[in-house]
Design a protein around this ligand. Structure first.
Ligand code: UD2
Length: 315
């Protein structure tokens, strides 16, 4: 198959690219490297890598016309909630307009398309307190990011209903794993925690560490993508992608300390404004398609540590 991964040089995208290459497909990437990194995907041929902006609507349309992709996994986005609050208009272009353009380009120019998969987010649930978060429940988008992801997934869904374009949207919960960049204060907390341990620097808890999240290992996210891509029953639907189990920040912190046999100092500061206290996914619909998270939080953290320490010592 010809597979296009937008945002393929990013954290999640690079794992998706690797998966499809390992399965013998021809993989193409569009990524403007604004947050992605070409070094994440050395295995992608130069001629299959387009260092281009997903907002360049004509260019994206031409690429689609030319390569007639079978499968498109659309991950390119402004992924930071804070960036969307600071730049609601620009992020709207990336997260909604470019998504709509991608759908429309396929409608107009690509009869070959077998599936478009869109990365939505648990952010659409906002601070709903009725847990687990289920796709049957109301959404409550409380940031431009959440609004944009919700709009994107609804466009994706309606392109299936209105125009018969086979699409699926996935609401990712808290994804973690190798190649997640810990450098920004708004990076995934597990990447920050892990690099604090490896560098033996203090870790700061926002709040008391009792908040919980559904931390899902990136390889299970890849499993979910590949599963829905192959399932006709997933067409026109939205699914949660998590493990279905919450873990507290403090539990994870202590587990990492035990495994790494390190004791780092901690600071406790006020919780972040608008922070959600508890969140986890109802994954029933995805399970009905055959999804089973292969990595418990413990197994995922082991794998993450192994990969990261291998990299540190240059293996
Ligand atoms: C996640 C997504 C975000 C959005 C949101 C919607 C990630 C990285 N972010 O935000 O894009 O979809 O869900 O609900 O997946 N924390 C600390 N210390 C740190 C950093 C974080 O205590 O140094 C806390 C943070 O205040 C929060 C928890 O850890 O309570 C998880 O933080 P996060 O930024 O990894 O993810 P979250 O759920 O806030």
């Amino acid at each position: 198959m010809n597979v296009l991964v937008t945002g393929g040089a990013g954290f999640i995208g690079s794992h998706v690219v690797e998966h499809y290459l390992n399965h013998g497909h021809e993989v193409f990437v569009i990524d403007n490297l604004s947050t992605g990194n070409r070094e994440n995907i050395p295995f992608v041929k130069a001629e299959n890598f387009f260092e281009e902006d997903i907002c360049d609507l004509d260019l994206v349309g031409n690429i689609i016309k030319e390569y007639q992709f079978d499968l498109i996994i659309h991950l390119a986005a402004v992924v930071s909630v804070v960036d969307t609050i600071n730049n609601p208009v620009d992020s709207n272009e990336v997260n909604i307009t470019a998504t709509l353009n991608l759908l429309e380009s396929n409608r107009l120019y690509n009869n070959n398309i077998k599936r478009i998969i869109f990365a939505s987010s648990a952010a659409v649930y906002g601070n709903n307190t009725q847990l687990p978060n289920s796709i049957m429940k109301l959404v409550n988008p409380i940031s431009p990011y959440a609004i944009q992801k919700y709009a994107g997934e609804q466009y994706v869904k309606q392109y299936s209903n209105l125009y018969d374009i086979p699409t699926t949207a996935l609401r990712f919960f808290n994804v973690y794993g190798p190649r997640q960049d810990p450098k920004s204060a708004y990076s995934g907390v597990l990447s920050i925690m892990q690099s604090s341990y490896l560098d033996e620097k203090p870790f700061t808890f926002f709040g008391d560490g009792t908040q919980t999240r559904d931390f899902v290992y990136v390889k299970d996210v890849v499993q979910a993508i590949s599963l829905v891509a192959d399932s006709d029953n997933a067409i026109g639907h939205v699914f949660n992608v998590g493990t279905g189990k919450p873990s507290s920040l403090m539990e994870v912190f202590e587990f990492l300390g035990n495994v790494l046999e390190k004791d780092i100092s901690t600071n406790f500061v006020n919780e972040r404004e608008g922070d959600i206290k508890h969140s986890y996914a109802d994954i029933q619909e995805l399970s009905n398609l055959g999804y089973f998270p292969k990595y418990s939080i413990e197994e995922g953290l082991y794998s993450y540590i192994n990969e990261s320490t291998k990299k540190e010592i240059g293996v």
